[in-house]
Design a protein around this ligand. Sequence first.
Ligand SMILES: Nc1ncnc2c1ncn2[C@@H]1O[C@H](COP(=O)(O)OP(=O)(O)OP(=O)(O)O)[C@@H](O)[C@H]1O
Length: 382
Amino acid sequence: MPVPVSVTNPNGKGLVAAAPSSLPTEGPFARLKAAAAANTANGSANGAANGTSQAAPMEVERPVQQEITEQPVASTSAPASIEVRGLNFAYPGLDGRPIPGVPPLLRDLTFSLPPGSTCLLLGANGAGKTTFMKILGGKHMIPEEAVRILGRAPFHDTGLTTSGDLSYIGGNWQRDIAFAGTSIPLTGDFPAQRMIDSIAGVDPERKKRLIKVLDIDPSWRMHQVSDGQRRRVQICVGLLKPFKVLLLDEITVDLDVLGRADLMRFLQEECSSRGASIIYATHIFDGLEFWPSHVAYLAGGRLALFKEAKHLPELAEGRLLSMVYGLLNADREAQIKVRGPVSTEWDPSREGEVGNFSYAFNNGWVPGTMNTSLSTNAVMRN
Ligand SMILES: Nc1ncnc2c1ncn2[C@@H]1O[C@H](COP(=O)(O)OP(=O)(O)OP(=O)(O)O)[C@@H](O)[C@H]1O
């Protein structure tokens, strides 16, 4: 279960800002606080200019309504570790082709991140964050030139993922098992250590460090662990290889506050010390102000906002949550303006939107689910 924001962050200022009076001087919160202070001192020219800081008195903030406008891609001279150029993507209908009349989910999306970046990916439910992350992770076929990870095409160049250079961690740890069902949680009776040891060629020191950071008991039996404990083992396995690009899709959802704080600090160190890059899609914002170097907001199939964190004074001021609230509000109102309010009535005329019958050329759809047992092999091409 996610930790409710109201529990960890009752005043809307973030876990980091809430730390000084109530938390011990040692341990992950103290280190988070120090990291946030250093971040503020280094990067938040805006915060300094208008006299705000993490230590400023906390008043309860009314979320602000923000205007969503297209932002220029952050410019940098370093070669990008993640580069997206004019990406279009639409999920296919049952016949494997884009559904006529349904606009692409991602439209002419352009985006670039330099090495060492920690990018927070935000957006409303259904905005396309998971889809975008899966595309970056090489799980959907798209034109080769549309996405480059470390200069390579993630779908076509499978060496990117098999080498561990590109790592995607998302969704629940589950698999489809014939005659049992789809999305079955991994619950065999074997110890966590065996799952972790199943990844070959791992530096033993890194393994030990991750087990410690994620507070894993190697003797946990995987069929008896809680959701959060299973998630810790899943994250550990996903991080064992020293990735160069890491895509995290809401994986901290089951972690307790301490576990999340330790993990986020570990990930930030990975980027600053090794030049790795991370995109992290989440709906849990408390305590994250210190973490991103970039913030991206996905709406209407495009990046409606993409900025370096140092240009977002809300972060230095510990107001990430209220910033996101404002963006979501503006997004919803813009959508209502365009398509009107969503009908609460079932509309029989929308049945069978797939269109006229044609012979299916993707026969891998799993009945009753949104997944295909094949990699999605039909894409929107202009
Ligand atoms: N396999 C699929 N087939 C068809 N449509 C899909 C499929 N997966 C997702 N979609 C649709 O694509 C849209 C974006 O979904 P996606 O999961 O990428 O959103 P998201 O931003 O990650 O949402 P959330 O914040 O709820 O996780 C949704 O409208 C969803 O219904």
